[in-house]
Structures are given as C-alpha cells and as structure tokens.
Ligand binder design. Structure first.
Ligand SMILES: [Zn+2]
Length: 538
C-alpha cells in the first residue's frame, strides 16, 4: 500500500461515493440495488457494468473487471496508485497526508487501547449495580430502560472517585492518557468521567472507542464526550450506527434524532434504523457515513426554535449529497417534547405518525425561505431568491439542480407573483386565440415560469386562465421562448393589418393626410414580417 496509511484510503472510501467517482466517466442508471452502465474496460452496447454504492465496488459481468474507487481511477486513467490517491483526494477535497504505514508497534498500541476501553466499560457496568451507582441506575430506569437495554448498550456508572486511574496504576501512563479516560493533574492522574452515567460509543466493528457521560446532579453540560483520540473522532462518529446498520439497510432509510437516549429508545421501540450525532452538531462526515447505505434520511428534530435551527443546518449539510433517488425528510416533534417522551407517553403509533408526516426537503426549504424573508416585498423576495439559489447551488447532480430551479421558479411564479389572478389592464384588444395556442401557453407558463415573467406584459393581454391545466408538451425552454416571441409578433402584425385597413378606408374617403401614416404602417409590417420569417427559419 505504498506509503499511505490505510486510514487515508479508508477515509477516501468513506468520503467518496463510488457512484460519483465512476459516474464521472460512465453514465449510470439505478436498477434494483445496483447502478448499471456500459463497461469502460471493454467494448459493449448493453450495460453489464454494475456499481454497488453500499459496498463500494464495481463489477463487470462482461469482462470480469472488478474493484473499488482506487482501482477504478488507476485503470480508467491508466495511472499508478499514488496518482490515483492524489486524484481522489482532490475529488474529496482532502489534503494528501504524509502518513507512514502503521507500524506493528502502532497496531499493537491501538489494540491495547481497545483493551483498556473494554476493561473500563466492564468496571463502569459493574458499578452501575453497586450501591454507589444507585442514583444512576434509578435515573436510567426512570427513563424507561430495561435491564436488557442497559446490557445491550453496555451502560454503566463512573463513580465520584478515580475509578480508572486507581484501577490501572500498573499501566503505562501514556497508554491510559491516550484513551481519553484520564487526565494528568498537579497531583497525578485523575478520571475524566466522574459521577456520570456512562454510554459507550462503538465503532462500526462494535469495539468501544469512547464514552459519552451524562451528568446526574443537573450540572451543565448535560453530556461530556471523550475528546478526540487515535481511535475516536467525534465529527466522524454516529451514535448507534453499529446497532442500526442492518436495519438501515432493511428499512432503506435512516432516521437521525438529536440525542443518544432518543436514539436508543427509537431503536428499541419500532425504529431500529435510528442514529444520533454526538453532541448537537451534525457534520458532513456523519451524512457521508449514512449515505454509504442509502440516501434516504429522515431528520427528526425537537419542535422548538433550536430544533428549527438545527434542521436548517442539516438542510445545508445534506444538499451536496442528494441525488434524484434520494428521499430526505424533516420531522418535528412538537410540544417541547423529544422522541423519548413521545414514545414513553404516547407510544410507537404516535411516533410513527410524526415520522410518516415528515416534510420533504423541497417543501422544507421552501417553507424556511418564506419564513425567513418578507416575500411580500420586492426586497424580501430578492433576499429570498439569493438564499434559495445558494442552497440549490450546493446540489452536485446537474439535472437535479435544474429540476430544483424549475420547481422553485414555478412556486415563486404561483405564490409570490399572483399576477395571473389579478390581471393587468388590457392595453390592446386582440382577437381570440385558438385552443392549441392557449394550451401551449398555459403549459409554457407553468413549466417555465421565468418565461412567463419575461413576457408578462404580453401574456397578460391575452384572455387566458394560466391556472387551468394543459396537456404536457415536448417543448424545451428555447422552443418555448420562440413560440411566445413569434406569437407576439404575429399578434402585433394582426394589429397593424387591422390599423392599415382602417387607415386605408380613411385615405379612400378623401383624407390624404392619413397616407403618410399608411406608409409608416407598411414599413412596420414589412419589418416585423421579416423578423417573424427569420425567427421561424431558425
Ligand atoms: Zn467489462
């Protein structure tokens, strides 16, 4: 593995979706669990090249090529391992590290840290059922935890004295310090967690890498977590994922709640696909981790102002990850409650109602835009548009981005500019237009609201109800614009011809003075007829 630490290649695999990496070179379509495309390594017309996002590998059923993101870049670009890593680091926005391979010594070190944390967990678990842990045990039982749950999640109690520092006196101080369990003080080592209800934090393989301790005497902060160590990175760890992974796969979605007690209660009351970030801050790494399984996430927040803010942040973070097959939703638990309380007081059915009625990302973003800005004023609308544009620009999938733009253009058109409902004063009375033209215009106005805006002055002179429904047409925005412009010219020409007829009558009736106007009209007609001919010929 050259000189690169497995940590870094793992990091790349975690950060980058193989569908994105392969998708840069091969057009992929999702069919069933996998994505399919035409193999870049052999010549074929029907796709036999499959990509499995969750497992992170590709396989060609035609030629047998097989590998992960790194081998894909190496083979498809014909470059060596180091260059492929560089290319992928660039795609992931990561700096190339100077990592050296993990030495046998370091691996042994990490193993010994796992060992210390495992032993510490057992000590904490034991303490919970001893007299010292009475308050902690009462607390957790009051929160609806059964003995089975306590055992499964390996919940324990860190007493007031230095349990760990005293129990590991024979161990090298540096090893113990590296686990984050103790700190060095003026008078020697002391425990980092004291008088805390202890929730172990597991890595994906089910090893304990850190702890989250809850205060029991009402002191703030409510939770303290192990500070980052070799084994534990708070920003990259999701609480409960080791227990939820299979369920996330089965349910084809994950639910993210705010707290770890909520996550545990959800997992044990009908929502095993639930996880929680550690502390309140959700990160891109958390989402990237979940997206390895699928891109269907329901965020579940408390219904208060803080929950609303957290949801807006989550929306920001999730935008770059969405694809056309993603289903991102936002649920809010109202009444100052959290999922734990809902489950306890009203049960699983009430919670399921909240989850099932979650708002889609499209609606949520539209709602916060309308909430955050005064869209009844031009200034507010301008700010709101910038806000929306900024969010939409985070979407990486080009087609999806354009669909979002059109969706919001249509909402802006229908909800912000209610001009279709309050028609402007008609400037020129024009002859009726036929049904086909009418339907075409209705279709255009709804599909391409920006065109409706652009030609509002003209369109509002026509007697059309733009709220009516019209059949779908195969018309892109360029053709649509051409349609409107040529109609506009045609209508103008009709008007000129009408005027010409009237003036001709005046001239014929003896008013020679009107003949100069007739000449002007003839010139104008010629000019617009040329324009129209040109437009139609394009
Ligand atoms: Zn092939």
């Amino acid at each position: 593995m050259a000189n690169y630490d497995r940590n870094f290649t793992d990091e790349l695999r975690a950060r980058l979706s193989i569908v994105d990496v392969v998708g840069r070179k091969v057009a992929l379509n999702k069919k069933g669990q996998n994505y399919w495309g035409c193999c870049p390594f052999h010549n074929e017309k029907t796709p036999s090249f499959s990509v499995n996002e969750e497992k992170g590998f590709y396989h060609c059923f035609g030629c047998g090529e097989h590998g992960d993101i790194i081998s894909f870049v190496m083979k498809s670009e014909n470059i060596d391992f180091v260059s492929a890593i560089k290319e992928l680091a660039n795609q992931a926005g990561l700096k190339m590290p100077d990592y050296k391979p993990k030495s046998a010594q370091q691996i042994a070190k990490e193993d010994s840290y796992f060992d210390i944390l495992e032993k510490a967990t057992k000590l904490y678990q034991k303490k919970l059922y001893e007299p010292e842990g009475k308050i902690a045990l009462e607390y957790i039982k009051n929160r609806g935890f059964t003995d089975d749950m306590i055992k499964k999640y390996r919940i324990g109690y860190a007493p007031k004295n230095n349990l760990i520092a005293n129990n590991f006196v024979n161990l090298k101080q540096d090893s113990l310090l590296s686990t984050g369990l103790v700190r060095r003080g003026e008078y020697g080592m002391y425990d980092f967690f004291r008088d805390k209800l202890m929730f172990p934090i597991f890595n994906a393989s089910g090893n304990i890498v850190a702890f989250s301790g809850r205060s029991l005497d009402g002191s703030e902060p409510k939770y303290i977590n192990t500070t980052d160590t070799i084994l534990f990175h708070k920003r990259k760890t999701i609480f409960g994922l080791n227990f939820a992974r299979d369920a996330i796969h089965r349910a084809n979605r994950s639910i993210i709640v705010e707290g770890q007690i909520d996550a545990i209660q959800m997992q044990n009351n009908g929502f095993p696909e639930t996880v929680a970030p550690l502390g309140t801050a959700l990160t891109e790494d958390h989402i990237a981790l979940l997206c390895k399984s699928n891109r269907n996430i329901i965020f579940c927040f408390d219904g208060d102002a803080a929950g609303q803010k957290a949801a807006e942040r989550a929306c920001d973070i999730v935008m770059p990850f969405i694809r056309d097959n993603s289903d991102i939703k936002f649920a809010f638990v109202s009444g100052g409650k959290d999922p734990d309380e809902i489950l306890k007081k009203s049960g699983e059915t009430a919670m399921r109602k909240i989850i099932d009625s979650a708002e889609s990302l499209v609606d949520f973003l539209w709602d916060i835009t309308n909430k955050n800005f005064l869209v009844s004023t031009p200034g507010g609308r301008s700010q709101a548009e910038k806000f929306l544009k900024d969010k939409i620009n985070k979407i990486k999938d080009v087609n999806l981005k354009s669909e979002y733009e059109q969706e919001y253009n249509s909402r802006k058109f229908n909800q912000w500019h209610k001009w279709t409902k309050q028609k402007k004063e008609i400037k020129i009375k024009l002859p009726e237009i036929d049904t086909v033209t009418k339907n075409t215009l209705i279709f255009i106005a709804n599909k391409y609201p920006f065109l409706a805006e652009r030609y509002m002055d003209f369109l509002s002179t026509l007697d059309i109800d733009f709220d009516a429904s019209a059949p779908e047409l195969n018309l892109d925005d360029v053709a649509a614009e051409k349609f409107i412009v040529s109609l506009k010219i045609q209508k103008y020409l009709e008007k000129l011809h009408k005027e010409k007829k009237e003036i001709t009558n005046i001239v014929l009736s003896g008013d020679i003075g009107a003949s100069s106007r007739l000449k002007e009209i003839d010139e104008e007609i010629q000019k617009y007829q040329d324009k129209l001919d040109l437009l139609i010929s394009i």
